[in-house]
Structures are given as structure tokens and as C-alpha cells.
Write a protein that binds this ligand. Structure first.
Ligand code: C5P
Length: 399
């Protein structure tokens, strides 16, 4: 699974400014985009496949005839939310304007319904040639966004219009096109998901009903807003999210250990996991015979959130969750406020999980409470929508 709106295809055609797209790729990654690079064969004379693979961290296909069984041009056309071609040569503009598809990149463009941004870069004479002007007009009429080239020094001693624009200008147009704000770009966010399991013996455990859906929804939403997300998942069975670092844990102690290590570096911690309050004190290395399985004794688990709150640095934000079987709003709010205070949180989402609601479901309802006693009542909504609302609150507090 890819974070919503953050899967981008970067096409590179054969102009000398292809090297500038290495920087564009890095800046896009900083904004949380997951980028597949598709270079044309001519562009490989300027920047090689190995460079694109190393920078993107992803396999790079350069022709139509590799991995044919996966039908890559259709797959890539479907999975990408946006196509950016930088630089776009005069030749590629001509090909695209006439709807040709004789290599991987042009096949993807023809098969894709995603928005397409072209970044032409060429000598002034080629840019102002009536053939190029007509091709640009045709492409614009078909909905392609064409970024105007900059004016300045060309290869050699020429000066004029046709330069590859500033990377920041391209990024600005990309953000305007995707309509997704990168308001968490550059922020490191730790998110926990799922429910911890506390072993009784090598076969049995004590666990809870948390599916991890809320934590995964939060991770995908934060990644799509540009955050660098580390998801600590306890016993979940959900698809991985591309671009999100996932560490799997089983017990509360393991979760606490990962968080202890990572917390000081993060801007925010969102603790949506259901952490077991206690672990089994008389854990047996051997399977306990059923005739001996009468008494399980417990010892308290650490309160991970409370411990981390004590180490909180100025500017760090901590968000807690609480699952309660209370249906009265006033009592739910009171319980939420108590936990917010006792764990020194900035924000808490307290939800009513009575009658099997919320756990494992697509939906949730409850209250968002902050430490200034502001309360947002959340009606039945999807966990994706709740994630957006919670992150809006988080962004406000981070700034
Ligand atoms: O006290 P309660 O378990 O309801 O608090 C819930 C919040 O505290 C959740 O955010 C949960 O992840 C966190 N928690 C924790 N360590 C525990 C128990 C809960 O961090 N041992």
C-alpha cells in the first residue's frame, strides 16, 4: 500500500539537465514522495540506471522488455498518483503530442489517467521553434501541466529561455497539483499500532482485540503529508505501507524498548497501540500441562506513555489513545481528561469500544481532548478520516 497521493513517477528524458533531476528526486523524497524513476534510453547517456536505483532505493526499469509478465507499464500507470517528466526534451514533447508509445515511459504516459507535469529544458531555439510551440499547446489542451523553463545560461556560452527551472519551483507546482499539503514534511513521527501479547508459555499468550487499523491509518496519513514515519506494530496483520519504517514487536516490554531508543529523536509520538497493563509473572519456558493451568499470576507492565512523557523535550508532542466501555459523553470526557493529565499528554483520543465497536472495525467514534480542555466530538467516521482530523490538531501543536 502507498500513502495516499504520495506515489510519484519521475520520467527523465535525454537532456544534459538530467543530472538536475537527481536533486529533484532527493527533494521529492524529503516531501514524503515514493518515487519510481523511468529514464529513457537516451537519458542514460547523461545519468545511469545505477544512480537512479541508488538514489530512489527502488528498482529501475529502462525498457519495455523487462519483467514483461508483470505488465509494468500498466502497473506503473495505475499505481502512480502523479507523473513528472523532468527534463522533457523537444523530441519527447513531439512524441507525447502525437500520442506515440515506443518505449516504457511513453507507454506509461499513454496508459495513465494521473495528472502529468512536464518540465521542458532545451536550447532557446528549440523551445521557440514553431513545432515545439505547437506541441506544447497540444499537450496543454489535453491537460498536461507544462512548467515554463527559466531564462539564463545554457550549455556552452548561450543565454536564453530554456533552462531547467529551480527545483523549488517544480516542487511547488507538484504540491499544488496533488492538493495534498506537505505540512508534516521534515517531521519525524513515531506511531504505535496493534495490541501487545504477553506470553504464558511458548504456545499461549494473553492479548487484546486491537487490530492495528487505526495506527496504520495514522501512519499512512502522516506519510502522505510528508512525515518520516516509524510505525511500531504489535501483532498486526495489515499490508505494509511503502515509505514507512515498520518495526514489529510482540510484548509491551519490546515496544517500550524500541520507543526508549527512538523517542528522543522524534517530533511527535502517537500511541494508538493497546498495551497490555500486565505481563505474566510465572512465564514457563516449557508448555504448561493443562492440568497445571489453574493460576496465571501477573506483574505490572511499565506505563510506556507516562515514562516517555517524563523525558519529553520542549517542542515534542505526545498523543495518547484510550479505549473505554463508557457510552455517556460526560463520563467519557472525564475519563479522557484524567488520562491526559496522569500521562502528561498534549492530546488524547478517547473512544467508546463497548459492544464490540471500534476494535477491528473501519469506523470509530469518540472525543479528541487537548490539554487546554478543548474537546472535539467525533461522530461515527472512518479511521482514515479520524487520522486526518488528529493530524490537523497535531500540526497546529507542532507549530
Ligand atoms: O491507561 P490506558 O491503558 O487506558 O491508557 C491508554 C494509553 O496509554 C494508550 O495510548 C496506550 O498506548 C498507553 N499505554 C502505555 N503503556 C501501558 C498501557 C497503556 O503506554 N502499559
Amino acid at each position: 500500500m502507498f500513502p495516499r497521493g504520495r506515489k510519484l513517477l519521475l520520467g527523465v528524458s535525454g537532456g544534459i539537465s538530467a543530472y538536475k533531476s537527481c536533486d529533484l528526486l532527493r527533494r521529492l523524497q524529503e516531501q514524503g514522495f515514493i518515487v519510481d524513476v523511468v529514464p529513457t534510453s537516451a537519458s542514460l547517456n547523461f545519468v545511469g540506471k545505477a544512480t537512479w536505483e541508488a538514489l530512489s532505493g527502488r528498482k529501475v526499469l529502462t525498457d519495455l522488455w523487462s519483467e514483461v509478465e508483470k505488465v509494468p507499464h500498466i502497473l506503473m500507470a495505475k499505481e502512480n498518483d502523479l507523473i513528472v517528466i523532468a527534463p522533457t526534451t523537444a523530441d519527447l514533447l513531439a512524441k507525447l503530442a502525437s500520442g506515440r508509445a515506443d518505449d516504457l515511459l511513453t507507454n506509461i504516459v499513454l496508459a495513465s489517467t494521473a495528472p502529468k507535469i512536464l518540465v521542458p529544458a532545451m536550447h532557446t531555439e528549440m523551445w521557440s521553434n514553431p513545432a515545439t510551440v505547437a506541441n506544447v499547446k497540444t499537450l496543454q489542451d489535453r491537460g498536461f501541466i507544462v512548467v515554463a523553463p527559466d531564462e539564463g545560461r545554457m550549455t556552452g556560452s548561450d543565454v536564453g529561455v530554456g533552462r531547467y527551472p529551480e527545483v523549488s519551483k517544480i516542487i511547488e507546482i507538484i504540491n499544488l497539483t496533488t492538493h495534498i499539503t506537505a505540512d508534516l514534511a521534515g517531521k519525524k513521527i513515531l506511531i504505535t499500532a496493534g495490541g501487545t501479547r504477553e506470553p504464558i508459555d511458548p504456545i499461549r499468550f494473553i492479548g487484546n482485540r486491537s487490530s492495528g487499523r487505526q495506527g496504520f491509518a495514522l501512519a499512512a496519513a502522516a506519510a502522505s503529508r510528508g512525515a518520516q514515519v516509524h510505525l511500531i506494530a504489535a501483532n498486526t496483520d495489515l499490508p505494509v505501507i511503502e515509505g514507512v519504517t515498520i518495526t514489529s514487536v510482540e510484548t509491551a516490554d519490546q515496544m517500550a524498548a524500541v520507543l526508549e531508543y527512538e523517542f528522543s529523536e522524534c517530533d511527535a509520538l502517537i500511541m494508538s497501540a493497546a498495551v497490555a497493563d500486565a505481563k505474566v509473572a510465572n512465564y514457563s519456558e516449557q508448555k504448561i500441562k493443562k492440568e497445571n493451568l489453574d493460576v496465571v499470576s501477573f506483574s505490572k507492565n511499565p506505563d510506556i506513555l507516562r515514562n516517555l512523557s517524563e523525558k519529553k523535550k520542549p517542542g515534542q508532542i505526545i498523543v495518547g489513545f484510550a479505549a473505554e466501555t463508557i457510552s455517556g459523553l460526560a463520563e467519557l470526557q472525564q475519563r479522557g481528561e484524567e488520562k491526559l493529565v496522569s500521562k502528561s499528554l498534549d492530546l488524547i483520543y478517547v473512544n467508546n469500544v463497548s459492544d464490540g465497536a471500534v476494535f477491528g472495525s473501519e469506523n470509530t467514534q469518540g472525543l479528541i481532548i487537548d490539554k487546554n480542555h478543548n474537546v472535539i466530538k467525533v461522530p461515527q467516521i472512518s479511521k482514515d478520516t479520524l487520522s486526518d482530523i488528529l493530524l490537523d490538531q497535531l500540526v497546529g501543536k507542532l507549530s
